[in-house]
Design a protein around this ligand. Structure first.
Ligand code: ADP
Ligand code: MG
Length: 701
């Protein structure tokens, strides 16, 4: 290929198809990774690097590390047996290494003979007798004419099926050539002046460095992503995110919302009837929300509080303020089970005030459903409780003033946006209160939810007993069952939580059913109930109701009870296979106990053997009851996407930055975002487009 069409202005406008070797099949695979343009390709950074710039003497090899070695074959044989294996003994004169192949061709066996010289690259492992490499990359070399070593580290790209590393290198080579020829094809959008004094590489330099690091680049810097080239890109991405969130926020501020002052009549009556006094944190947060609701632009507030800190009553006070002002309130829960519980609790609290919440559930069908919808549309239902059912287009509110979303991290982005649309008919949008028990660090919250104001309940109601947690291998299951028997024989209640890999709800429910049956057989004296996501609403209701009423001793459940379920008298929880769950999720589960006055116990019934990481995680859970510390650790171990549940919804995805690891850059990014808005407004839109493209809508989560 010698002729090119005249180069277009910038690489964000150059489709990957323009590169050599990108036929439609390759383009499709790149598209799976969100790569459509040459600029996208450049932002797709290597995951790690291989060092093929030197040969490691075999005597210095370390198990677990990757290395390039060169030596002569001393012997080779095909071992028969349960698994045919080609074994090749390689030596460099001083030490040796075994190469092991499980898949090999006749040609390979013929080529790998004694006396042949090889250069190999692979991961070193400790074999039975000596160090080994399993399926190394190798090539035959001639002692008289050794090929030169690489001059740069070899990048390894994150990839998708059907795209090999050779393809990635060929494509990025072309993209980098383009950039070297014409740096203006990827213009700087963060002005020099803002980065002054940092001696950071330019955008083009940073990208070239990270795709093709020179031999002397610090391996640790590259691994930890602490190199200035990396930080330079992460900072730019964080600035773009800040700018985008601010743009979203500005749009929100231009919206109007009903002023919900209220006369305090209902709130006073609720408080007078409560069996407890609000904690200081609840009062403070309640005041923040009350003030927001009195403004004429929509509240967008995130209410954070660990499990059991009492978020519900705060939400109800906000709801009453809206109702006093003559508006409707929608309260949304992520599961039907939880919405039912809200319905029950709220009915108990609001009954004495003279009204009942309207509950819209999946099980309401036909005529009954139509009637409920009519009442909502006529404005007769001041408080509507439900699940995502409330997001459906056919649900219309007459005067929606406030939307409360419980356990926000379980909702998808589109659902929330749909709901925002609902109030807009009257030219106004409702206020929003978003509650979550995931206590993400403040700095992280500021990045991910920069469009939201933040309130934190950092105090538990008094009189709570801490939960004692132990980890026991499932080989001692019988012992644990005995313990449940003894515990419940004393008149106390327990949960038995079955977990399975989350994708398969059906399997999880099946496991819970089997477990409930087996436990009922083993514990004939106990009344055993079952709750899972596939039970009919009525059955589940009944089981839950009986458990609440103390008519069941043991409740077998899936993780549907993770969020919000509140039965203060239950004080023992067995969690099966806790190693499969994230820390934050385990903490949520465990938060179901320790709600009453008696001492509570959590047994983590794990499947041995545990990986080191699982051991660390369960250990942390045993030692800490602080949701904050746990969430932070979880973030470190699993990354924000997993913990915040945003991976599935695509809500927060950074290409390069990691708001946790790059926490130190966050404040800087905010400062620079301010300066961009003040001094370089024309660059703001292109910068957002560069990093977020069509994904900006996530700012509305
Ligand atoms: P979460 O924040 O996890 O949603 P809930 O709102 O379900 O917590 O509250 C947990 C329990 O604590 C409920 O039984 C609730 O009635 C009770 N509670 C809430 N606030 C207080 C308080 N100030 N004092 C005592 N108990 C409270
Ligand atoms: Mg709750």
């Amino acid at each position: 290929m010698t002729e090119r069409a005249p180069a277009p202005a910038t690489l964000d406008a150059v489709a990957v198809e323009r590169l050599r070797g990108v036929a439609s099949r390759v383009a499709e695979r790149l598209a799976r990774l969100g790569i459509a343009t040459v600029q996208d390709l450049l932002f797709h950074l290597p995951l790690r690097y291989q060092d093929r710039t030197r040969l490691v003497p075999m005597g210095q090899l370390l198990p677990g590390a990757e290395a390039q070695v060169e030596g002569t074959i001393a012997a080779a044989e095909v071992a028969q047996g349960p698994r045919r294996t080609l074994r090749v003994w390689l030596t460099d004169g001083r030490a040796g290494l075994v190469l092991r192949f499980f898949h090999f061709t006749v040609r390979q066996t013929a080529a790998l003979r004694a006396g042949v010289r090889l250069r190999c690259y692979g991961e070193v492992r400790q074999g039975f007798q000596s160090l080994e490499m399993v399926h190394p990359e190798y090539r035959l070399v001639a002692a008289t004419d050794l090929p030169p070593l690489d001059a740069a580290l070899t990048p390894v790209y994150p990839t998708t099926e059907g795209l090999g590393q050779t393809t990635w290198r060929a494509l990025t080579d072309q993209a980098l050539d383009w950039l070297r020829r014409d740096a203006a094809a990827l213009p700087e959008l963060v002005p020099e002046a803002l980065l002054a004094g940092r001696r950071w590489p330019s955008l083009a330099e940073a990208l070239i460095f990270l795709h093709r690091p020179p031999v002397d680049a610090s391996a640790a810097d590259l691994r930890e992503r602490g190199h200035p080239a990396f930080r330079r890109l992460a900072l730019e991405e964080l600035i773009a995110h800040q700018l985008s969130l601010r743009r979203v926020r500005r749009r929100q501020h231009q919206c109007r919302a009903p002023v919900l002052t209220g006369d305090g009549r209902l709130r006073a009556r609720l408080l007078a009837g409560l069996p407890f006094a609000l904690t200081g944190a609840q009062r403070r947060v309640g005041d923040e929300i009350a003030a927001d609701l009195r403004r004429s632009h929509p509240m967008q507030r995130l209410l954070q509080g660990d499990v059991g800190t009492g978020k519900t009553v705060v939400a109800v006070l906000a709801a009453l303020q809206a109702i006093e002002a003559g508006h409707q309130v929608a309260l949304m829960a992520p599961t039907e089970l939880l919405s039912e519980q809200h319905q029950r609790n709220l009915a108990g609290w609001l009954g004495p005030l003279g009204f009942e919440p309207l509950w819209l559930a999946g099980r309401h069908k036909g005529r009954a459903r139509a009637t409920l919808l009519e009442r909502i549309a006529a404005g007769e239902a001041p408080l509507v409780v439900g699940t995502h059912a409330l997001f459906q287009d056919y649900v219309a509110f007459a005067r929606l003033g406030l939307v409360v979303i419980d356990e926000q991290h379980r909702f998808g982005v589109h659902q929330r946006m749909r709901l925002l649309g609902k109030g807009q008919a009257a030219g106004q949008v409702p206020h929003q209160l978003i509650m979550t028990a995931t206590p993400i660090p403040r700095s992280l919250a500021m990045t991910l939810y920069a469009d939201l104001d933040l309130s934190v309940i950092d105090e538990r109601p008094p009189g709570r007993q801490p939960v004692t947690t132990v980890a026991i291998p499932d080989g001692r299951r019988d012992e644990v069952i005995e313990r449940v028997r003894a515990f419940c024989a004393d008149g106390r209640q327990a949960y038995w939580v079955c977990t399975l890999i989350e994708e398969s709800e059906a399997l999880q429910c099946q496991a819970a059913e089997d477990t409930a049956r087996a436990l009922a057989e083993r514990l004939p004296g106990l009344r055993v109930g079952l709750v899972h996501g596939r039970l009919k609403g009525g059955e589940r209701d009944a089981a839950m109701g009986r458990f609440v009423a103390g008519e069941l001793d043991l409740l077998v459940a899936t993780t549907v009870i993770e969020v919000g379920v509140d039965v203060p008298s239950a004080s023992l929880m067995i969690i099966e296979n806790p190693e499969r769950l994230g820390l934050a999720q385990l903490h949520q589960l465990r938060g179901r106990i320790g709600r009453g006055a008696s001492e509570s116990h959590c047994v983590l019934l794990y499947h041995a053997p545990l990986s080191d990481q699982a051991r660390t995680r369960l250990g942390l859970l045993r030692e800490s009851d602080d949701g904050f510390a746990i969430a932070r650790k979880d973030l470190e171990l699993r990354g924000p996407g997993e913990v915040l549940g945003t991976r599935q919804t695509g809500a927060v995805q950074f290409r390069i930055a990691d708001p946790l690891r790059d926490e130190a850059l966050l404040a800087e990014a905010q400062r620079l975002a301010d300066r961009m808005l003040a001094d370089h407004p024309a660059l703001v839109d292109p910068l957002i487009a560069r990093w977020l493209g069509g994904r900006e809508a996530y700012g509305l989560v």
